[in-house]
Design a protein around this ligand. Structure first.
Ligand SMILES: Nc1ncnc2c1ncn2[C@@H]1O[C@H](COP(=O)(O)OP(=O)(O)OP(=O)(O)O)[C@@H](O)[C@H]1O
Ligand SMILES: [Mg+2]
Length: 142
């Protein structure tokens, strides 16, 4: 039996490593059968969450790592991002769609990822960092 398809990458706190990770997620989405536009959206969702892990989680600290895992089963593609920060509570983050936040030019990454993906969970890694797990249903038969 073939092991389930997956990718696993470790990123340092360098924002440039996010470009490569975004591209590998886009290709994984392509291999999973997603239409081209969805490939790019899924890559964008991963990019926003990876940037958050490096910035808000690891605070650009050189020794800290971000772990990216993408996998799929018969139903959905799952992306998981783990950082070495303090973790956070999704309920405490303002929804960028609310009128009072519409004029802001930041604070939109999570809202973008939530809009793209079908399921979204923020958990805590055993070490205390954020573990974001998000899923997108695979496209149905054409
Ligand atoms: N991995 C994380 N660790 C700790 N806090 C986080 C993490 N990810 C998100 N947050 C918190 O959630 C807030 C909202 O994140 P979001 O991506 O929506 O906005 P932003 O990163 O501040 O701005 P933008 O993504 O638009 O550049 C962050 O400001 C931060 O307080
Ligand atoms: Mg962000």
């Amino acid at each position: 039996v073939d092991s389930p398809p997956k990718i696993f990458t470790t990123l340092d706190s360098n924002p440039e490593s996010v470009d490569d990770a975004e591209e590998s997620v886009r290709r994984f989405a392509q291999d999973s059968g997603f239409a081209e536009s969805d490939q790019y959206f899924i890559g964008l969702a991963a990019r926003e969450i990876l940037n958050n892990a490096i910035k808000h989680g690891n605070r650009f600290e050189a020794g800290k790592r971000v772990y990216l895992r993408a996998s799929r089963n018969g139903e959905s593609l799952t992306i998981e991002v783990t950082d070495e920060g303090q973790g956070f509570d999704l309920e405490q983050v303002p929804d960028a769609r609310l009128p009072e936040y519409r004029e802001r030019r930041s604070g939109r990454g999570l809202t973008i990822a939530l809009a793209i993906m079908d399921e979204f969970y923020v958990e805590r890694s055993p070490q205390g960092g954020a573990h974001v797990r998000m899923k997108k249903r695979l496209p149905g038969p054409a």
